[in-house]
Each structure stands twice: as C-alpha cells, then as structure tokens.
Write a protein that binds this ligand. Sequence first.
Ligand code: NAD
Length: 487
Amino acid sequence: MSTMSAVYINGRFRTADRTEPVLEAATGELLGQGADATTANVDEAVAAARAALPGWRSTPPEQRAHILSAFADELQRRARSTEELVTRENGMPISLSRGANGAFPPALLRYYAHLITTTPQEEVRPSMVGHTIVRREAVGVVAAVVPWNYPQALAAFKFAPALAAGCTVVLKAAAETALDALVFAEAAQACGLPAGALNVIPGGAAAGAHLVSHPGVDKVTFTGSTATGRVIGEVCGRLLRPVTLELGGKSAAIILDDADLDVTMRGLRSASFVNNGQTCFLSSRILAPRSRYAEIVEALAALADGLRVGNPLDSATDVGPLVSERQRDRVLDFVASAANSGAKLVAGGSIPKDRDRGWFVAPTVFADVDNSDRLAREEVFGPVLAVIPYVTESDAIALANESEFGLAGTVWSSDEDRAMEVARALETGTVGINDYQLDFRAPFGGVKASGIGRELGPEGLDSFFSLKSIYRTGQPALPHPTPGMQP
Ligand code: NAD
C-alpha cells in the first residue's frame, strides 16, 4: 500500500475509503490520489487520540522531548523528498520549500522538545494564608486543521507544541496537499511516538467540520481563511471549547519618505511576493509617500517584472504557479475588478504567455488604488500588489489600520527609531522593520479578523495547557516569593 493515499489512525496506515485526486500545480497533471477522510475516519481518529491521552499526558516531559527529537530526525531524513512533493502539490518555489517544508518542522520540534524540559509543570506562589500551586496540565485531545499553502510548517506550528505539552492530536490536512501530510505519519511511526498520539487524516471541509465539533475534542487550532475561521469560532463558542484561529490578512507595507529603495525592493521581493503570493502575512498594500510616489511605483513595477516566473522545481524560480485552477481564476477576477475600478495596472495582470499549462499568474502591481477599493480590502492570495499614496506619516498609519484585518505589516525607513515608532502604532500581531522574517521563538498571530490567540514561542506552548490552582491554605506561607512569581 502506498502510504500517501492512506489515513494514519492509532499508529497504523489504513487504505483510504475515499480518495481525491491531487494535481501538480505547474502542469495540472495527476500527482496522486490523496485520502479524503470520511466521518468514520474522523470518529476513529478522535477515539484513538482519546485512548492515547492518559499515557502520553503522564509520560515525563524529558521522555516526550526525547521522542520529539527522534521525530525531528525522522522528518529531517525525509526532508529532500518532502520539499519536492509540496512544491509539486502547491507550486511553492523549491528554494522556499527547502526551508519551509524541509528544515522548519524538525527545527520547531526540537525547539518545543527543549522548551518542555525547561517549563515548570508546577509553580509555587505565596498566598495570603499559605501558598498556591499553579499546575500546567495538557488541555487534552487537539483537533488541528491546516491549509495547503505552507502545509508542513503550519501543521508543525500545531502538533509540535501540542505533543510537547502532553496533548494528543488529530491533524486534518487540506485536500490539495493530502500527500505530504502522510510524511508526518511515517516519521511518527518510525520514531516510536505512541499509537494514537498523532493521527493524520487528509480531507475536505466536511471532515474538518465534523472534527472541530466532535464531542471527543478538547481544543481546536485552525489556520485558514477568515470565512472558515468565523464558522469554527461560532462552533467552538457554542461548545465553550478553547480555540486558536490563525486567519487571513491584508497587511500594509509603509514605505517612509526616507526609505532606501534598494533595501526596500530587496525586502519586498519576499515580504510581498513570497510563495507566489499565497502567504497570509504578505505586505500586499503598499503605502507610498506622495513625495516619492512615481519613483516607488516605478521601482515596484520593475521588481514585479524582474521576478522569474517558472517551474517551481527550478531553484532559480522566484514565482511558481498558484495551487489550483480555482485559485488562479479567483486571482484573475481580482485583477479584472481592480482594472475596472480605475486603478492603474503597471505590471503583470495576466497569465504569462509562455505558461499555458498549470496555474500561473504574472506578478502584478496596481497603482493609484484607494484604500476602500476591493483590492485594498480583501485578501487576494496571489502575486498582486496594491499601491496606495499617502501624505503624512500619521495618514499612513491610519490607512494601514483602516482594515478589517491585523495580521502583519512592514515599515521601511533608513531611521530604525522612526520605523519603531510607526511599528508600535500599527494594530497588528506582527511587524517587520526593513524586512519580514518570522521568528519561531516569538508569538505569531493576528488581531481583528486575522484571528484569536497566538502560536509559536512559549505562548504557543501555553495555549495547549489548562491551568489549575491548588490552594494550600494549611501550609505555611513561603518566606520568600518564588523568583518571577510576584503577584
Ligand atoms: P480554508 O479556510 O478554505 O481551508 C483551510 C482548512 O480548513 C482546510 O483544511 C479545509 O479543508 C478546512 N475547512 C474548510 N471548511 C471547514 C469547516 N467548515 N470546518 C472545519 N474545517 C474546514 O482556507 P484555504 O483557502 O485553504 O487557505 C488559505 C487561507 O488561509 C488564507 O485566507 C490565508 O490567509 C489563511 N492562512 C492564515 C495563516 C495564519 O497564520 N494566519 C497562515 C496561512 C494561511
């Protein structure tokens, strides 16, 4: 049996009852048959995770850390083929895939393996009449639902801290990237992770919906669109079930009037176009000062025109295809509606001439966009930028904050202190100064319609604990407060 079209439940691969074709983004050809989890698969996976919970939760943190390090080694051993597989599935340029799908998940597992051994399970706090023990306890069975754009990294955002905390996990991967998800299962089996601690069930929206509302689930963690996030948030609200939501964005790049345009354009290559525009934190609204507007629009057009569009498996490629025909058509619809709204097309705007197979869209830049236009308000999830002029720095901040979303943003200036002041004023979960490089030691997440809660860093681990306070009033008050635990 090919493990790639299976589901992985309770430590065993099982032939999928139902499959869905996975197409290669660059060619449109069949890559393989991915599992499409059934309701019964979801029920079995949740039951396996529940059964594994008492054993995994009570495994000493050092032992969990040891197994997670072995898990990291197993993923690393498979990294080369995983990188290529994801690139074929979703069109991610291979140069990016090496980091995002090859190096990142093992690195994150090792980070949380270390963190769990240095995070106290119990802390003692002095109370008025004795002392209190504050315990961190694994929250329980975790439902993790992820999208296709960074399938390996975003799944690791969830299962690495969850498993470290002592939770067991049901991972529902997206149908578009059903094949690479099973690499986690192979590695989990090979490293000796107990059966049921991590279950992998690729599938569609129906499987996801059944999973997040399942009575056997204790916490939901979701990455995906804001529309789906709202639905999951409503379900979890009704069930009073803890939920972390990492959703969409329409982040702003504020180019200040003293910005070095070479540095800015070098940085925006990645900050605004990475992964063919299929990235949640992209700076896709470019706020340009009127005093340098023509120069900036010209530089952005040159940047977009200079990006190498092509085979994502070629390491010289900057921009590959979009994940699917549907996604390509959606992006082209945005382009058409921006052109109709009076915005000025200065680069791209169509399917590249030499790319009749696969789902390519040329890197596109629209100038003279109004912040209230659809292109400035909605997430495109493709290589399309909107340039919006501003006059004063405070106008730029107001425009950046005038958005339904608040996931990320960037500030570009030759004065770091000035850029810091602007960064502090932005209503958003993360900001990059003269670059945007996600840091897994720091919390990541959004405000407003970009989500609820944080992943990564110690805060990402904390989200998989529930806290219990045990009041020991009969015990003597502590003579000295525990360092760092003052009220
Ligand atoms: P999507 O919301 O359509 O799907 C995401 C996942 O949810 C898939 O696995 C899908 O099968 C599942 N799903 C769909 N409907 C569901 C339901 N009702 N209940 C439970 N699960 C359901 O998103 P997408 O279009 O595949 O992914 C792109 C989106 O993800 C973009 O909006 C992007 O901004 C967002 N994203 C956010 C982050 C972040 O960290 N904030 C990171 C990457 C992507």
